[in-house]
Design a protein around this ligand. Structure first.
Ligand SMILES: Nc1ncnc2c1ncn2[C@@H]1O[C@H](COP(=O)(O)OP(=O)(O)OP(=O)(O)O)[C@@H](O)[C@H]1O
Ligand SMILES: [Mg+2]
Length: 359
């Protein structure tokens, strides 16, 4: 390799490494227009001086729920100031007091004073202040599942949304965020009736959408020529298999770091494979070190893309090892016996077929 092909110590492949970090809010938040519009519509009354309509954002991990809310809240902060947005992650704040203290801090700019009746006192001061300022408030409760787990979801929702009964203030909207909306059925009657949210579904991204998003990320994050289209396609495939966009964003970053370690000016296939391998490592437990080469090979294929139908894995296995269907079925059975995979019959388009997952 010529010296000019090598990356110098002070050089980097990253134009902006920040775009691969979890807190980054993408400049191009694509393929979520209808969801953003729905959320925007539910907030609109809040900008007109009445209470916003409650909403529940739900969908699988990595589908942009948190980002959508943070995106809209940033815009709201720049806007008129008639509606105050407050983001609360219930993993960090899961008791009624800590949630109200967080909201209090966001509105009044200071922590609540400690007194004898902390929660009631904080609520009263908070709502009095909002009334005085003549402002509405919208609170996003992210990771809402956590409040169900802690069994205080009813209390929090009712305390937030029935403020008019006690404090004469009714301009509160709540945006709940969670993966599955079926937990809603567990709300008690009172909480269900005050919350009663409009649902906004965030479906899994299609491969073409994943490609757009990752291509944008690479464009903002890497210098030109660092990532070839074929490698981007490979990363898109791997991301789609894992069903989580975060895998793709992480792969871009890790592959580039590996390339930098090799002083390479661009990402090579080997870097992507290695980065993906280290991501998938946790799927393989100790038992797998005792597997035969063929067993390990099939397990690797399944680990890359669990949950697909048996025919898909057979094709991949045949490509890799040249084995026939009998051999393949034997190995599936052996892996199943060792408790490493689960093969379950499902009714498919072409009759019954097995769906294979990791145990
Ligand atoms: N449409 C999009 N355009 C650009 N980046 C996106 C898009 N959707 C998601 N992302 C990125 O994917 C990552 C995961 O998104 P986010 O955290 O919003 O997912 P989530 O639905 O809240 O997931 P979880 O349920 O696990 O909390 C983030 O890095 C985010 O920037
Ligand atoms: Mg989230």
């Amino acid at each position: 390799m010529k010296t000019k092909d090598l990356l110098m110590d002070e050089e980097s492949l990253f134009k902006d490494e920040n775009v691969f970090t979890p807190n980054y809010i993408p400049e191009d938040f694509v393929h979520r227009d209808s969801q953003l519009e729905e959320i925007g519509l539910s907030l609109k009354p809040g900008l007109r001086g009445v209470n916003p309509v409650n909403a529940l954002l739900h969908g699988p991990p990595g589908t942009g729920k948190t980002t959508a809310v943070r995106f809209i809240f940033d815009k709201l902060k720049e806007a008129s100031g008639k509606l105050i947005p407050v983001y609360v992650n219930c993993e960090d704040f899961s008791t009624p007091y800590s949630i109200f203290a967080r909201i209090y801090e966001a509105v009044l700019g200071v922590s609540p004073p400690s007194t004898g009746k902390p929660l009631e006192d904080v609520k009263e001061r908070l709502f009095r202040q909002l009334k005085k300022e003549d402002k509405g408030i919208v609170i996003a409760l992210d990771e809402l599942d956590r409040l169900f787990l802690e069994k205080n979801v009813d209390r929090v929702l009712v305390d937030l949304l029935k403020s008019h009964a006690t404090y004469g203030y009714d301009r509160v909207g709540v945006i709940g965020i969670m993966i599955k909306d079926d937990l809603m059925a567990e709300l008690d009657e009172k909480a269900r009736s005050v919350f009663n949210p409009g649902r906004v579904l965030f479906p899994q991204y299609e491969p073409g959408e994943i490609r757009d998003i990752l291509a944008n990320r690479a464009r903002h994050g890497f210098y030109d020529g660092v990532l070839d289209d074929e490698l981007l396609d490979d990363i898109v495939d791997k991301t789609h298999c894992k069903g989580d966009l975060r895998v793709g964003i992480d792969l871009l970053r890790r592959s580039a770091l590996l390339a930098e370690r090799d002083a390479s000016r661009k990402i090579e296939q080997g870097h992507v494979d290695k980065a993906f391998g280290s991501l998938s490592e946790f799927h393989r437990d100790e038992a797998s070190s005792k597997l035969s080469e063929e067993e390990r090979s099939l397990l690797d294929i399944i680990t890359e893309c669990p949950g697909r139908m048996s025919g898909y894995f057979f094709m991949r296995f045949r490509e890799k090892t040249g084995a026939g269907v009998k051999k393949y079925n034997e190995i599936v059975k052996r892996l199943e016996k060792q408790g490493l995979i689960k093969a379950e019959y499902k009714k498919g388009v072409r009759g019954r077929s097995r769906e294979i997952r990791l145990s």
